[in-house]
Design a protein around this ligand. Structure first.
Ligand code: ADP
Length: 469
C-alpha cells in the first residue's frame, strides 16, 4: 500500500474518531441543557401553583381556582394539581390525565431535582410519576401545600424530541464538516504526493540508465530542493559514466594495436615454421596465436559497446540481399560444424528480394547467432531458414543444442551476460564476452527489426530475426 493511501486512511479514521467524540460530547451537553430547562420550567409551574393555593385558601369562592387549574392542566406533562391545608386536608384538586405505560425511551442521565420543594417519584400502574410539593404560609399564617404531579414519560418525550431537533442540525453541520475534511485530505495528500511521485518516476528513469533525464523543479521548498539534489546526482553520475566510457574506449584503443601486432607476428612465425617444415610447431606458438585472436575479439566487442553507449554507432545503409549474407555466414561456420560432427544447413523457402541494410553489421549479427548455435550444439544439427513474410524478411536459426533456461531468455540479451552451461560439455562457452547478443539486438533494432527467442532446455533453441522488407 502506498504512503498516500495510508495517509488518506489515517486521516479518514482520525476524522471519523473526532466526529464520534464530538457527537458524544454534543449529546451529553445538549441533554444537560435540555434537562436543566425542563427542571426550571417544572419549578416555575410548582411556584405558580403555590401562589394560586395561597390565594385560594383565603377565599371561599373556588371558580377562579378551577380556571387556573384548567390552565395548568393544559400543559401536557401535568397530570394532577392540588392544594391542601394544615394536616393534609385537600381543599382543591383537579386531574386531567390517566398515565399509560411509556414506550421504550432512551434516557442519557437522570438529573437532580430542584432544591426548592419536595420532589418524589412513584410508580402508578407501572408508570413513573414525579410528584412535586411546595409548602408556604397563607395570609392567615396557615400551612398551605401546593402539589403538582408530572408525567415523567411526557417530560422525557419532550426532552427527546428537542434533542432530536438539535441533533438533526448538528448532524447536518457535522456531515458538511466531514465532507470538507475528506476533500481537504485528498487535496493535501495530492499536493504533497504529486511532487514525490514525479520524483520517484524521475529517479526510476535515471536509474534505468537515462542519465540525461531531469526531474522538473517546480517549487522552492523541501521538495524542490530534493528534486534539484537528485538532478545534481544525475549530472555527477553522467560525468562518471562518461569518464568510464572514455577510459574503456581509450584503453581498448591503446590495447588494440599491440595485440594485433602480436597476433600478426605469431601468425607469420607459425606460417614460417610450417613452410620451413620444422619437425614440430611449438604448442606455445599456437597458443599465443589463439589467445591474441580472442583478445582481439574481446577488444572489438568492447569498442562496439562503447560506440553504442556513446551513441556513435551508425549504420551504413545500402541495398543488400539477406539471402547472400546468410549464405556467407553459414559457409563461414561449415568447417567448425563439421569439426564438431554436426550438420549445418541453410534452407531457402522462396526467392528473397533485396532490402536496405548495413551489410557488415547484418553479417556480424548473423555470424554471432549462427556461431552461438554451432558453439552450443554438441550433436544433431543447426538449420537456418530464410523467408519473406508480408512486410518482413525472416531468418530463423534453429539448433538441437543445450537450450536456454526459461528465466534466462530475457537476460541473455543483456550486457556481459553468459550462462554457465558447464565447462566440460561446452569448453568454448567461457571464451565469449557476453556482448554478442546485446550488440546483435541493438543492430537489429537500429534497422527497425526485432529478435525473438524460443528455447527448450536440453532440446535446443530457435532465434528468429525480423527485418523490415
Ligand atoms: P557470447 O559471446 O558469450 O556467446 P552472447 O551474447 O552471444 O555472448 O551470448 C550470451 C549467452 O547466451 C551465451 O554465453 C550462452 O550462454 C547463451 N546462448 C546464446 N546462444 C545460445 C544457443 N544457441 N544455445 C544456448 N545458449 C546460447
Amino acid at each position: 500500500m502506498s504512503i498516500r493511501s495510508k495517509l488518506i486512511i489515517f486521516m479518514l479514521v482520525l476524522l471519523a474518531a473526532v466526529s464520534a467524540v464530538m457527537t458524544l460530547l454534543f449529546q451529553q451537553n445538549e441533554w444537560s441543557s435540555i434537562s436543566a430547562n425542563s427542571q426550571r420550567k417544572n419549578l416555575q409551574i410548582l411556584m405558580a401553583m403555590s401562589e394560586v393555593c395561597k390565594e385560594m385558601s383565603a377565599t371561599p369562592e373556588k371558580t377562579y381556582a378551577y380556571r387556573y387549574f384548567k390552565t395548568f392542566l393544559k400543559t401536557p406533562e401535568i397530570i394532577q394539581v392540588s392544594c391542601s391545608g394544615p394536616k393534609g386536608r385537600v381543599f382543591l384538586t383537579d386531574r386531567y390525565y390517566s398515565p399509560q405505560p411509556p414506550p421504550f425511551s432512551y434516557k442519557f442521565k437522570t438529573f437532580p431535582n430542584p432544591r426548592t420543594g419536595t420532589w418524589q417519584t412513584r410508580s402508578e400502574n407501572g408508570v413513573e410519576i414525579l410528584k412535586a410539593s411546595l409548602n408556604s404560609k397563607s395570609l392567615k399564617k396557615q400551612l398551605i401545600t401546593a402539589t403538582v404531579e408530572f408525567s415523567t414519560q411526557i417530560i422525557y418525550q419532550e426532552m427527546d424530541s428537542s434533542l432530536r431537533q438539535s441533533s438533526a442540525s448538528f448532524f447536518i453541520i457535522l456531515s458538511i464538516a466531514f465532507a470538507l475534511g475528506c476533500a481537504g485530505t485528498l487535496i493535501i495528500t495530492r499536493v504533497i504526493f504529486a511532487p514525490i511521485e514525479s520524483m520517484a518516476e524521475g529517479a526510476r528513469i535515471i536509474g534505468s540508465g537515462r542519465l540525461d533525464h531531469r526531474i522538473p523543479v517546480t517549487s522552492n521548498d523541501e521538495m524542490g530542493r530534493l528534486a534539484s539534489e537528485l538532478n545534481n546526482m544525475a549530472v555527477k553520475l553522467k560525468e562518471v559514466a562518461d569518464m568510464k566510457q572514455d577510459f574503456v574506449s581509450s584503453i581498448t584503443h591503446d590495447l588494440r594495436s599491440p595485440v594485433t601486432g602480436i597476433e600478426l607476428c605469431s601468425d607469420i612465425i607459425r606460417r614460417l615454421a610450417e613452410t620451413r617444415e620444422y619437425g614440430k610447431i611449438p604448442e606455445q606458438l599456437v597458443s599465443i596465436n589463439e589467445h591474441s585472436q580472442r583478445l582481439n575479439t574481446y577488444i572489438d566487442s568492447l569498442l562496439e559497446l562503447s560506440k553504442i553507449e556513446s551513441g556513435k554507432m551508425t549504420l551504413d545503409m545500402k541495398v543488400v540481399n539477406l539471402e547472400d549474407l546468410v549464405d556467407r555466414s553459414v559457409r563461414a561456420f561449415k568447417a567448425y560444424a563439421a569439426q564438431k560432427g554436426i550438420k549445418l544447413e541453410f534452407i531457402v523457402g522462396q526467392e528473397i528480394p533485396d532490402m536496405r541494410g548495413d551489410p557488415d553489421r547484418l553479417y556480424q549479427v548473423l555470424s554471432n547467432i549462427i556461431g552461438n548455435a554451432v558453439k552450443f550444439t554438441n550433436s544433431g544439427s543447426v538449420s537456418v531458414f530464410i523467408e519473406a513474410v508480408p512486410g518482413w524478411q525472416k531468418v530463423r536459426i534453429c539448433d538441437t543444442g543445450i537450450g536456454i533456461p526459461e528465466g534466462e531468455t530475457a537476460n541473455i540479451f543483456g550486457k556481459f551476460y553468459r550462462i554457465n552451461h558447464g565447462k566440460r560439455e561446452y569448453p568454448t562457452a567461457r571464451q565469449g564476452t557476453g556482448l554478442g547478443l546485446f550488440i546483435a539486438k541493438f543492430i537489429i533494432e537500429q534497422h527497425g527489426g526485432r529478435i525473438e527467442l524460443d528455447s527448450t532446455p536440453g532440446k535446443g533453441s530457435a532465434f528468429t530475426i525480423f527485418l523490415p522488407a
